[in-house]
Design a protein around this ligand. Structure first.
Ligand SMILES: Nc1ncnc2c1ncn2[C@@H]1O[C@H](COP(=O)(O)OP(=O)(O)O)[C@@H](O)[C@H]1O
Ligand SMILES: C=C(OP(=O)(O)O)C(=O)O
Length: 546
């Protein structure tokens, strides 16, 4: 059959994908072709330098008139593509895949709640990508026919190492600042439920594409998707940890005293919360057994893995089996993917009650935000809308020094709908479930990045324990007037000196200047992003610098 005919068939009849030359995904398939097997039971893989992080970081969405009322085209992260161009890219990717000696197909779902689990079929020529989907996406539940999305499956094509022939796309794809067109794209068609990763070998691209798809569909079903990790205590009290990349969602939710529900993506519906995923995707850089014992054990103590093993991505590894997680020469964003069950304390079912505590994580490289503060309802909405952190060298390519970032809902590139969809759902749920909220700064103390030091993980954990166990419910608080935050004056297990950041700086003038500058950045960004939005004045006055 001519390839063009086949492509037309695939485009109009997605079930043809099922007849592709499928290969079995086994560790053997991966070992033979793609990875280095390490004696610690992991596979190690490298990607090209431009593919060691989330680049491009934007979301390319097919533009249809019927989706106009939902999608926020004012967001700089939402880029549009016309249906014809997407179709051409889709056909090109299929053509590329069809010519490969083997294609791997996995059938999984996104979402632990069978009521809204989204079936996803991933087709790729790279066995390791398939293995990644087995780690990260969930097995199809027996009750899948009850899901809202049972007859609306999603198809994901991943051609990680092939590049777009940009000459076929003159005038069709957005040019970069240097006038060239990127030969990689991560694009999605929400109407036809198609996702395409073309030219990006970073495993995170596939997982974040599916996250973005869920974040688009779920608010239309009254389910709030969140960029957060989640765990629960022995009584089943759930905590959520919302934050942008590098703020500590994965690190802090892996806790031997609390069962992990998930490390990155969850939905909150009428029954409680549910993990979207089946595995973790942790950062490997500087991983130490003393500071992150649970993750360390998950990575290095599974020597007997036959299948669905640990995948180490972009970390220096050697044929004798050693892994040097302190070597950042390939990238700061070295990663490890493993199934949730490799952690010692995990709730495999992936669901939990309505959260009793929500933690907003921020890594403030200015060193001026308190390490922990309590937020009232208006402050919660404000910090959710602002999504502040300092972007650190890591997940996104091109970031070398910390950079102030405002990314609403702690994940703007992944939240394609207009902001009111997410903000209204959170506001309603918080009120209904009386959830307590804290802002936790996992960034710098004693001075900014370069002068001060990053807050010790064990100190952050002590603050979180106190907050989640209710030990901060009845202590005295001091109002931080500049940032409109309530700061506890004491916290069990924590040196009280560090709770008010001005006490940790030797140069008080430098502190004042830095704090004032950050408050101004908040105020300027708020004016730019929300001047035309219908924001409650009681929320507006909580903005730092106002
Ligand atoms: N006080 C702290 N709290 C949390 N993480 C910290 C802290 N200090 C340093 N880190 C490091 O910051 C990184 C946080 O990354 P991670 O937990 O993967 O973030 P996320 O899941 O939000 O992207 C880890 O490499 C961790 O070791
Ligand atoms: C995998 C990613 O998310 P996180 O850094 O939050 O784990 C990513 O943004 O590429």
């Amino acid at each position: 059959m001519a390839i063009e005919t086949l492509n037309q068939m695939i485009a109009t009849h997605p079930e043809v994908l099922r007849n592709l030359k499928r290969a079995q995904i086994t560790r053997y398939a991966v070992d033979q072709r793609e990875g280095l097997v390490l004696p610690c039971g992991a596979l190690s893989t490298w990607t090209p330098p431009e593919s060691t992080g989330r680049s491009p970081k934007d979301t390319v969405i097919v533009r249809y008139p019927e989706l106009e009322e939902h999608i926020d085209w004012t967001s700089p992260n939402n880029l549009s593509i016309d249906p014809e161009t997407f179709h051409r890219l889709w056909i090109d990717a299929l053509t590329v895949l069809w010519k490969k000696p083997r294609v791997y197909v996995t059938d999984r779902v996104i979402g632990a709640d069978p009521q809204y689990a989204m079936p996803v079929q991933t087709v790729t020529d790279f066995a390791l990508t398939s293995l990644f989907t087995m780690n990260m996406f969930r097995p199809v539940p027996s009750k899948i026919d009850k899901s809202l999305f049972a007859d609306k499956p999603f198809t994901l094509l991943v051609a990680p190492y092939d590049k777009i022939d940009t000459s076929r796309y003159e005038g069709r794809l957005r040019k970069r600042e240097d006038g060239t067109t990127s030969d990689m794209i991560i694009a999605m068609d929400f109407k036809n439920r198609l996702g395409l990763v073309y030219g990006s070998a970073y495993c995170g691209s596939a997982k974040k594409l599916m996250f973005t798809a869920m974040n688009y569909y779920l608010p239309h079903e009254n389910i709030l998707p969140l960029h957060c990790s989640a765990n629960e205590d022995h009584q089943g009290n759930v905590s959520l940890f919302l934050g942008l990349s590098g703020t500590g969602k994965t690190t802090l939710s892996a806790d031997k005293n609390r069962s992990l529900i998930g490390d990155d993506e969850h939905g909150w519906d009428e029954n409680g919360i549910a993990n979207f995923e089946h595995g973790c995707y942790a950062k490997l850089i500087d991983l130490e057994p003393e500071k992150e014992p649970e993750i360390y054990k998950a990575v290095f103590s599974h020597r007997e893995i036959e299948e669905n093993g640990v995948i180490i991505e972009n970390c220096m590894t050697y044929p004798n089996g050693t892994v040097d997680q302190f070597d950042a020469r390939l990238t700061q964003n070295s990663r490890v993917s493993y199934p949730l069950r490799y952690l010692s304390n995990v709730k495999i079912k992936g669901t939990g009650r309505h959260p009793s505590t929500i933690i907003f994580l921020t890594a403030d490289a200015n060193g001026v935000l308190p390490p922990i503060s309590r937020l009232n309802a208006e402050q919660t909405m404000l910090w959710f809308l602002m999504g502040y952190t300092s972007k650190l060298a890591g997940t996104e390519t091109g970031i070398k020094e910390p950079q102030t970032t405002f990314s609403r809902f702690f994940g703007q590139p992944f939240m394609a709908n207009k902001p009111s969809y997410y903000a209204n759902l959170l506001g309603r749920k918080m009120k209904q479930h009386k959830t307590r909220v804290f802002l936790v700064n996992t960034g710098w103390s004693g001075g900014p990045y370069g002068t001060g030091s990053r807050i010790d993980i064990t100190q952050t954990r002590a603050m979180l324990d106190a907050a989640m166990e209710g030990q901060l419910d009845n202590v005295s608080y001091t109002e931080n007037k500049r940032f409109h935050l309530s700061v506890p004056d004491s916290c069990p297990g924590v040196n009280a000196e560090i709770l008010h950041p001005e006490n940790t700086w030797s140069d008080k003038n430098a502190f004042e200047q830095r704090a004032e500058a950050l408050a101004r950045e908040f105020s300027d960004y708020f004016d730019q992003a929300y001047s035309n939005a219908d924001i409650d004045p009681a929320v507006r006055v909580q903005c730092p610098g106002k």
